[in-house]
Design a protein around this ligand. Structure first.
Ligand code: PHE
Length: 448
């Protein structure tokens, strides 16, 4: 292996870093509000189903691409099918990484701001908080600078070491919050909303929302698992690694729901608050509990930690491309990419009330995205490009590289995969692209 590229120092290091990428605002901020808007437990069941039958098999395809070629998303495709238009799929991944990083870091900045807001004893006033231009820009810059500092340390020394410290810490804080929330008076109504499925609530729209959430949450569709998979040694068992990543990611999302729903129902609030759920409802809740502001500060600390291991992974994708293909120095590349993400993030940061123009941007129709610039970025990069990227990558692996060759790559290090091989080949060639195609149609509003 080319030592200058780096390699994870251990299997657990890779699993923790990839799980760190997967676990983020998607699990703790997005998952509960999407569950709340889609009727509760029935949605949770569907989500679990899609993680297992779509997310996991697709994840093996990205990891196999990365390990087989030892390259970033662009280089991986170029290595297998030189000078073909498929290379554009790799570039789409890079652009998507920047796009997601730019708005994700804005929300991550709010979570950092809320740690001190909780400690200051004035947890309310979310609307004014996100409309303060200087504050949100400073928080965005801070978050990206911390991200760059860690990525700058390189693969094993930076990302892996930090993930080893941060992920177990996140888990411990979350366990404490779950215990606290489920013992609140009135928590049981929340538990039954969250855990007792009402199957009549499953509609076509709900199914597609569950699929989209599975992709975003597992960090799939933009080549992140190609990039992280490229630092994996040939001996590693991809199947058990992928299983652990999906298991950790799902556990954290389920636990986040176990904090939020009992708490919400104990307060007699509606689960349908939408994206503001975590930032508006929970601080109010924390403020009314004895000692709750400390609990709240811990909660936002946890959310910041989870977001950081995700922004690290988002920055690593373009950094891997630039260092592999452009032979640029890693340090220069890291800081230049972080600065670019900062510039692209500015309109998103200013789009929550600070600037009228970006707040009422309204380029896309309202059925696709909310009017503000951040809503546009979230739709374009968080939904549309991920689905398109996953569609193209599964077709590339299934038909261009060859599902058999990909299956051989997965099988090396995971001999037990032989038994699932034929099912997997069917999934990657037919089933997965077909299902994603349906998501894409939905994003364009075909189903109303
Ligand atoms: N999976 C991350 C989350 O749930 C978001 C993410 C998406 C990170 C795509 C990297 C790539 O927060």
């Amino acid at each position: 292996m080319d030592n200058s590229r780096g390699e994870w120092s251990s299997k657990i290091g890779f699993i923790l870093a990839a799980a760190g990428s997967a676990i983020g605002l998607g699990n703790i901020w997005r998952f509960p509000y999407v569950v709340g808007q889609n009727g509760g437990a029935a949605f949770v069941l569907l989500y679990l189903f899609f993680v297992i039958i779509i997310g996991l098999p697709y994840m093996f395809a990205e990891m196999a691409l990365g390990r087989s070629t030892q390259r970033n998303p662009v280089g991986a495709i170029e290595a297998l099918k030189p000078r073909s238009p498929w290379k554009a799929t790799g570039y789409l991944g890079l652009v998507t990484a920047f796009g997601i990083l730019s708005f994700y870091a804005v929300i991550a900045g709010w979570t950092v701001g809320y740690i001190s807001k909780m400690l200051s004893g004035r947890p309310g006033g979310f609307a004014a908080f996100i409309a303060d231009p200087l504050l949100v820009i400073l928080l965005l810059a801070l978050f990206l600078a911390v991200t760059a500092l860690i990525v700058h340390g390189g693969v094993a020394h930076g990302i892996e070491r930090w993930s080893k410290i941060l992920m177990p810490l996140l888990f411990i804080i979350l366990v404490g919050l779950v215990v606290y929330a489920v013992t609140l008076k009135g928590a049981s109504a929340g538990l039954s909303f969250y855990l007792k499925p009402d199957l009549t609530k499953i509609t076509g729209r709900t199914m597609l929302a569950a699929l989209g959430q599975a992709f975003f949450s597992l960090s799939l569709g933009m080549g992140l698992m190609i990039t992280y998979g490229s630092y994996v040694s040939k001996k590693m068992n991809m199947v058990t690694s992928g299983l652990s990543i999906a298991l950790f990611d799902t556990m954290i999302a389920i636990m986040a729901g176990l904090v939020i729903f009992p708490a919400l129902f104990a307060m007699g609030k509606s689960p349908e608050a939408g994206p503001t759920l975590v930032f508006v409802v929970l601080p109010e809740l924390f403020a009314m509990m004895p000692g709750g502001l400390i609990v709240g500060a811990f909660f936002f600390l946890l959310l910041s930690i989870a977001a950081l291991t995700s922004t690290i992974s988002l920055l690593e994708v373009p950094v891997a491309y630039l260092t592999d293909e452009r032979k640029a120095g890693r340090k220069t590349v890291v800081w230049a990419a972080a600065f670019a993400a900062f510039l692209i993030g500015l309109p998103s940061a200013l789009s929550q009330g600070a600037s009228d123009f970006f707040t009422n941007f309204g380029l896309l129709p309202g059925r696709l995205a909310s009017a503000d610039f951040l809503g546009h970025m979230s739709f374009l990069f968080g939904d549309l490009s991920l689905a398109l990227g996953a569609f193209l990558i599964s077709l590339f692996v299934g038909w261009v590289w060859g599902a058999g060759r990909a299956a051989d790559e997965i099988q090396s290090g995971s001999p037990g995969f032989a038994r699932a091989r034929n099912i997997w080949i069917f999934m990657i060639r037919f089933f997965i692209p077909a299902v994603i195609f349906v998501i894409l149609l939905n994003l364009f509003g075909i189903f109303g």
